[in-house]
Design a protein around this ligand. Structure first.
Ligand code: GDP
Ligand code: MG
Length: 392
């Protein structure tokens, strides 16, 4: 059974990203193996991670495995996804908001298209730090390893990360998983890189709490539980709350909070929680509604945003966008029909362009400046953006 992080330990959300078959799942299993040997976690086998349970979010299915492990100073929650599409969906849905990503690259291939797309997405969704793990070192010579490291540092810089200071760890996840001493050493090195390079995540626990609902269910004899990750602030058991979005405005009291299935007196930014909400029926809740303190937030449907359209090479559109472009916008845990209008005088935006645009949502949602979102066409990410100004 999962243990909650000891209060003295720093909590970090991490995840493996990178091209298919480069060894993300093997590395995830290897980390749990090594930390388990140190008595700091439970071993999770490769097969268990790879047959990650399906999660339903916004009507789309995402496969994601969540494992946990500790180092002497930190508690890590780690996400691994089986397929490329799952990564894209998981990252832009932001529900396993990563403080840092472990970018896995096979020394046999070097960086590949999905390596670059994941890195681009990581940057766009605000993942602050990247640690590189050059995997399959057992299959190449030292010269190749050096070359891959140089290429990866260049790639980090190109995508706006610190290509000089970011740790690059070289090793073999498979060897580590096979109890090979050398292999295990590279896992320890990776954990040390995480512990020392990643700053203590700055969680905003002072602001009014904001909890976007991912899903909800009924507990017989208890009531309705809403699930989500606290975006900011701290909520306490017994807090008065308001539920806003999709046109709703409901009053409630949070009568219980659970983290990793344990009842806790309070939860704060970064925690994935289940909240028992008094007097609310499950059918009154929808994914994307916000649980927040009363009379603080409000819902909008007009705003200005800075938006970037992905190039065809990055998986985006091949054709330009003009005023009136209407697609599906995804933010926090919701998605909704969205219309984009260009500034007067601007005729079109080409893939690869970024600009400030006027946006309209079909229904009012709780929005804030700096809130990130993505635009997708047929489950394909074509743009990412950030809200710059709310318009009433
Ligand atoms: P993912 O798609 O990125 O999750 O990749 P997997 O973890 O499923 O690994 C893909 C394949 O590469 C599997 O057959 C692994 O056994 C193999 N593999 C992973 N890490 C290593 C390694 O360090 N060395 C070698 N030789 N093979 C590895
Ligand atoms: Mg995998």
């Amino acid at each position: 059974k999962a243990q909650p992080a000891a209060p003295s330990k720093i909590h970090c959300n991490v995840g493996t990203i990178g091209h298919v078959d480069h060894g993300k799942t093997t590395l995830t299993a290897a980390i749990t193996k090594v930390t388990c040997k140190h008595g700091l976690g439970k071993f999770v086998a490769y097969d268990q991670i790879d047959k990650a349970p399906e999660e339903q979010r916004r009507g789309i299915t995402i496969n994601a495995a969540h494992v946990e492990y500790d180092t002497p100073t930190r508690h890590y929650a780690h996400t691994d996804c089986p397929g490329h599409r799952d990564y894209v969906k998981n990252m832009i849905s932001g529900t396993s908001q990563m403080d840092a990503a472990i970018l896995v690259v096979a020394a046999t291939d070097g960086h590949m298209p999905q390596t670059r797309e994941h890195l681009l997405l990581a940057k766009q969704i605000g993942v602050k730090n990247v640690v590189v793990f050059i995997n399959k070192a057992d299959l190449v010579d030292a010269e190749t390893l050096e070359l891959v490291e140089i290429e990866m540092r260049e790639l980090l810089t190109q995508y706006g990360y610190d290509g000089v200071a970011s740790p690059v760890v070289v090793g073999s996840a498979l060897k580590a998983l096979q109890n090979d001493g050398e292999g295990e050493k590279c896992i320890d090195e990776l954990l040390k890189a995480l512990d020392t390079y990643l700053p203590v995540p700055e969680r905003d626990t002072k602001s009014p709490f904001l909890l976007p609902i991912e899903s909800s269910f009924t507990v017989p004899n208890r009531g309705t539980v809403a699930i989500g990750t606290v975006v900011k602030g701290r909520l306490k058991k017994g807090d008065q709350a308001e539920i806003l979005g999709h046109g709703a405005q409901l009053k409630t009291v949070v009568t219980d909070i659970q983290v990793f299935r344990n009842s806790v007196p309070s939860a704060e930014a970064g925690h994935n929680v289940g909240c028992l909400v008094r007097g609310i029926k499950p059918d009154q809740l929808a994914r994307g509604m916000i649980i927040c303190p009363p009379n603080i937030f409000r819902a909008y449907n007009h705003f200005k945003a800075q938006i970037y359209f992905l190039t065809k090479h990055e998986g985006g559109r091949s054709k330009p966008v003009r005023s009136g472009y209407t697609q599906q916008m995804y933010s926090h845990t919701w998605d909704m029909e969205w219309r984009c209008d260009l500034k007067p005088g601007l005729e079109m935006l080409m893939p690869g362009d970024n600009a400030e645009v006027f946006c309209t949502l079909r229904r009012q949602m709780v929005l804030e400046p700096n809130q990130r979102f993505t635009i997708r066409e047929n489950h394909q990410t074509v743009a990412t953006g950030v809200i710059t100004k709310l318009l009433s």
